[in-house]
Design a protein around this ligand. Structure first.
Ligand SMILES: Nc1ncnc2c1ncn2[C@@H]1O[C@H](COP(=O)(O)OP(=O)(O)OP(=O)(O)O)[C@@H](O)[C@H]1O
Ligand SMILES: [Mg+2]
Length: 317
């Protein structure tokens, strides 16, 4: 046990340190299989070293989620782990009598929250806070949660109401590529860094089916439009337009093929987020038709500060 040391008696300080070192050695010495500790509250003694060693052991064993009491610690695997997010696994967590007894997962958090809404006679809002440093996986995790609710909070009723529910879910999921195209950018730490904060509200009806969503954004880093740090890029949407516009659109939007723009540095970086088609498709599903989309993408020469071309119609260089 980690001993609490009161006062400043140098002797007892020394004893406590010695005892802590022994405990540390015993704990890290191999008696406990670190990767099997699925809750950081079981780590003993609780020190930065033991917690990090436990998380490291789990990471090495391809175990990316660990409980810390009622909080979930998610490690970014930095590689696709398809089986970890399959619809089958979502259903397994959803159907489990006690999901908290299954392996720690973001679906446990999703399911627990969903059950909290269900079990209350008068529904009370539930919140999930996803936090971490840039590149930690917050956007990924939020997307996972949205997909989870899209699968579990569906209407099993009639075919017709099922179709309506499916359309709503599709719209909710389609908000992600649109938000990310306009609000995310490649930074030194994350190729798809969200340059804004967001509050996503998923709305359920009395029978806990998803009926809508609202997304509120905060603090968009607007200065990035005109000023990007070395080796970083502007918002994805500009590169998507430059790479994905048709010949007609290029003419309309003053975007000669292969032109270089000083406000769009590092265009040679090829990211999967550079797909204009995905953004357009998602906008269409959200009800933004092609003429409206064109108005959004048509950046007028006089409309500073989003000007793409010079006053003489030539691209900036
Ligand atoms: N669970 C995961 N499985 C696989 N890849 C992941 C996972 N979580 C994150 N990633 C990868 O890490 C990248 C960065 O994650 P993400 O964009 O979610 O970070 P973030 O916390 O939102 O960062 P920022 O604060 O910069 O927006 C993702 O684009 C993805 O490639
Ligand atoms: Mg993000």
């Amino acid at each position: 046990m980690l001993q609490q040391v009161n006062g400043h008696n140098p002797g007892s300080d020394g004893q406590a340190r010695e005892s802590l070192r022994e405990d540390l050695q015993k704990f890290l010495g191999g008696e406990v299989l670190l990767h099997q500790l699925d809750d950081l509250t079981k780590v003993n003694p609780v020190t930065l070293e033991t917690v990090l060693r436990c998380l490291q052991a789990r990471y090495m064993a391809d175990t990316f989620y660990t409980n810390a009491g009622c909080t979930l610690v998610a490690l970014n695997p930095f590689k696709p782990v398809l089986h970890l997010y399959s619809p089958e696994l979502m259903r397994e967590y959803h159907a489990a009598p006690q999901p908290q007894k299954l392996k720690p997962h973001v679906f446990t958090v999703g399911e627990q929250t969903y059950r909290n809404v269900k079990s209350l006679i008068e529904p009370v809002n539930q919140s999930i806070v996803v936090s971490g440093e840039s590149g930690a996986g917050k956007t990924w995790t939020s997307r996972c949660l949205m997909k989870f609710y899209a699968v579990v909070a569906t209407s099993p009723a009639s075919w017709e109401s099922h179709k309506i529910a499916e359309r709503i879910e599709q719209r909710i999921l389609n908000s992600n590529p649109v938000m990310e195209a306009f609000g995310n950018a490649c930074t030194l730490r994350n190729n798809n860094s969200s340059r804004f904060g967001k509050f996503i509200q998923l709305q359920l009806n009395r029978t806990q089916q998803m009926v809508g969503a609202a997304v509120q954004t905060y603090l968009l880093e607007k200065t990035r439009v005109v000023c990007q740090a070395f080796s970083e890029r502007n918002f994805h949407i500009f590169y998507q337009i430059c790479k994905g516009a048709s010949e007609d659109e290029r003419l309309q939007w003053h975007l000669p093929e292969g032109a270089a723009f000083s406000w769009l540095p590092n265009p040679e970086k090829s990211l999967e987020e550079d797909c204009f088609e995905v953004t357009r498709e998602a906008m269409l599903h959200l009800g933004i038709d092609t003429p409206t989309q064109n108005n959004i993408f048509k950046v007028r020469r006089k409309a500073a500060p989003l000007t793409f071309g010079r006053d003489d119609g030539q691209p900036l260089s």
